[in-house]
Design a protein around this ligand. Structure first.
Ligand SMILES: O=P(O)(O)OC[C@@H](O)[C@@H](O)c1c[nH]c2ccccc12
Length: 259
């Protein structure tokens, strides 16, 4: 069945072919060895007992479901505003075709701010993990629904070997089980179904009790109101990942944890 996700992944496969032609793995390994260490993404997101929920603020220009969200898009200004709001980490979209993101945006944000940065993209090949490290990311997203079962474990290992943290994204019980079996340390529940872009906050609430303690738990997508954030805090998520909702006034006025 053709879904939004399958369409995105097909396009991504073409991009990855080009990327692999441009840069063989040997070159990546040499370059990565010269890089400074990453910032501690896991450490920034783990919520201490009694402390408020952490914010991963997403720097997002557009989405396939909503089109352009920010016409006059200045990623660094947006990131600085989110840091002032109290964000613990950033997520920067690097997918060009569907989200109008860019590696340049990530590079700019990562090199100008102290807060750790997640590369938000559809990773389907090891070359993209090396690339993430080279452009300055501290963490990557791995979407369980976008990978073959054997790939998740392999990519987790490679990312950790390169010093990158991994946010493993799941959408149902089955994916969660697989994520846990493969040794994920940080798991994000996407409230949005990437196959048809429908969403429900209940997805996070339903899956949270099935995540063992010790896992860093993140609720992702569709959070727009203070009450949504409070609900995830009460459900004992460590963090929320918010893009579009931060463009609205309500969450800009929210008292996020100050750093
Ligand atoms: O803008 P929102 O609804 O707050 O969502 C942010 C983030 O969760 C969403 O952009 C996202 C979650 N998983 C993804 C995977 C790929 C691209 C984007 C995403």
């Amino acid at each position: 069945m053709t879904t939004y996700l399958t369409r995105i992944l097909e396009f991504k496969a073409g991009e990855v072919r080009d990327l692999k032609q441009r840069s063989p793995e040997r070159l990546y390994r040499e370059k990565v060895a010269e890089l400074p260490p990453v910032r501690d993404f896991y450490g920034a997101l783990r919520r201490a007992p009694e402390s408020p929920i952490n914010l991963i603020a997403e720097v997002k220009k557009a989405s396939p479901s909503r089109g352009i969200l920010v016409e006059d898009f200045h990623p660094l200004d947006i990131a600085r505003r989110y840091a002032e709001l109290g964000a613990s980490a950033f997520s920067v979209l690097t997918d060009r075709e569907f989200f109008q993101g860019s590696n340049d945006y990530l590079q700019l944000v990562a090199s100008s701010c102290d807060i750790p940065v997640l590369r938000k993209d559809f990773i389907i090949d090891e070359s993209q993990i090396f690339e993430a490290r080279l452009i300055g990311a501290d963490a990557i997203l791995l979407i369980v629904a976008a990978l073959e079962p054997a790939q998740l474990g392999e990519y987790l290992s490679l990312a950790h070997e390169l010093g990158l943290a991994v946010l493993v994204e799941v959408h149902d019980e089955h994916e969660l089980e697989h994520a846990l079996e493969q040794g994920s340390r940080m798991i994000g529940v996407n409230n949005r179904d990437l196959r048809d872009f429908t969403f429900s906050l209940d997805t996070s609430l339903r899956l949270r009790p099935k995540m063992p303690s010790g896992i860093i738990a993140v609720a992702e997508s569709g959070l727009k109101r203070s009450s949504d954030v409070m609900m995830m805090q009460e459900a004992s998520f460590d963090a929320v990942l918010i893009g579009e909702g931060l463009l609205g006034e309500e969450l800009q006025g929210f008292t996020w944890k100050r750093i």
